[in-house]
Design a protein around this ligand. Structure first.
Ligand SMILES: Cc1ncc(COP(=O)(O)O)c(C=O)c1O
Length: 402
């Protein structure tokens, strides 16, 4: 018998997606007839707008789209993405600088696979979205986390970033609005962070997938646009999933300097080839159209955001800074850990989330998934009634903590 491992070290090091695991457990309980309310999923509860679906139906009928198309994306979609980027963030890019990917996730993976050599360090602000560490690790890179907390509304400072920089630092990952915290950096902060990166010759990988979901007085700023000093060391990640309620369609993109885009396209040409043409044509309708659908969703999310934050802060032991973007609240539950609830003493946010799922039939994602134990992530992209009912159940249960 061979003593070699069945699964490679590289792949066995990948953790299961904690957000998907919570969602799967909640769905299994629901299927078993239990009235579970899930705050786990990171997707809008709205259907994809009709005109986008129609474009896909039409594309499915066109024999041109039954065949392979260029691995890097349909030329008309690349053109439209370049135009949409100019419109929405002011960043100027040629169509040739766009690579259409199988969702934003593939863009994340390909960006790091293209930029990193073994040992290269990437500065990542924690709490961070669960996919980044895995993509960095798979590329052979080393993640250096800079931890933020509720005291600054999860905003990072240049001083914190500088303290994490070493000779091996190759890139900064910048995500504003952030998943999981909803933190949004101001223009001034974004400029300062970008200039710091430029001064030290770092690459900036900026994930702009929540660009249109900002609330109140907050505004989205593209670091790529406001810090021209970054020159050809900036890679933008984006996609249609969150803006157009298109999570299942799997269309994202990467915009970067020509050499990066060429290399990443080579990788994609061997890994997956072109993204489904039908989905690309749906994305073309989405990015070429106006932003009225996202304006409607944004109004609903904003209302739910305010309700959720108010209700969470009314629960003793829960502290929730106001998220300014995306569709997540990220409260601290540290004060509740070690207290007794229904005969159990959860010592971690993971254990507390499990207790809440079993006793209150509400699914939340524990902070362990985002590199900061002691917190929960709750998505407010679900119906108003379920949201109120779910947070009320959590509040009632946690009121028993002694
Ligand atoms: C910050 C961030 N970036 C990228 C993505 C990728 O989205 P998708 O692969 O569905 O396009 C997500 C999805 O949750 C996200 O939260």
């Amino acid at each position: 018998m061979s003593t070699r491992s069945r699964i490679s070290a590289r792949i066995s090091a990948i953790s299961e997606s904690a957000t998907l695991a919570v969602d799967a457990k909640a769905k299994a309980m629901k299927a078993a007839g239990r009235p579970v309310i899930g705050f786990g999923a990171g997707e809008p509860d709205f259907p994809t707008p009709g005109y986008i679906v129609e474009a896909a139906v039409e594309a499915a009928r066109d024999p041109r789209f039954h065949k392979y198309t260029p691995a890097g994306g349909l030329p008309e979609l690349k053109q439209a993405i370049a135009a949409k980027t100019r419109r929405d963030s002011g960043y100027e890019a040629e169509a040739s600088q766009v690579l259409v990917t199988n969702g934003g996730k593939q863009a994340v993976y390909e960006a790091f696979a293209t930029l990193l050599d073994p040992g290269d360090e990437v500065i990542v602000v924690a709490p961070y979205w669960t996919t980044y560490p895995e993509a960095i690790k798979l590329a052979g890179g080393r993640q250096v986390s800079v931890v933020t907390d509720e005291s600054t509304g999860y905003l990072v400072s240049v001083e914190q970033l500088e303290a994490a920089r070493t000779e091996r630092t190759k890139a900064l990952l910048f995500v504003s609005p952030s998943n999981p915290t909803g933190a949004v950096h101001s223009r001034e902060e974004t400029v300062a962070i970008g200039r710091w990166a430029a001064e030290h010759g770092l690459w900036v990988v900026t994930d702009e997938i929540y660009e249109h979901l900002v609330y109140g007085g907050a505004a989205f700023t593209s670091i790529a646009t406001v810090v021209p000093e970054l020159g050809d060391r900036v890679v933008i990640l984006n996609g249609v999933a969150k803006t157009y309620a298109m999570t299942g369609w799997r269309v994202g993109w990467l915009i970067g300097p020509p050499d990066v885009v060429k290399a990443a396209t080579n990788l994609q040409s061997h890994a997956t080839s072109n993204v489904s043409n039908v989905a690309q044509m749906a994305a073309l309708a989405a990015v070429s159209g106006d932003l009225s659908a996202v304006a409607e969703m944004r109004a609903a999310f904003d209302r739910r955001r305010q309700t959720m934050v108010r209700m969470l802060n009314e629960i003793p032991g829960v502290l929730c800074p106001e998220p300014k973007g995306a569709f997540y609240a990220y409260p601290s539950v540290k004060e509740l850990l070690g207290k007794e609830v229904r005969g159990r003493r959860p010592a971690s946010s993971g254990e507390l989330a499990e207790l809440i799922l079993e006793e209150a039939e509400v699914a939340v994602v524990p902070g362990e998934a985002f590199g900061t134990p002691g917190y929960f992530r709750l998505s407010y992209a679900l119906g108003d009634d379920d949201l109120v009912e779910g947070v009320s159940r959590v509040g009632k249960l946690l009121a028993e903590a002694r």
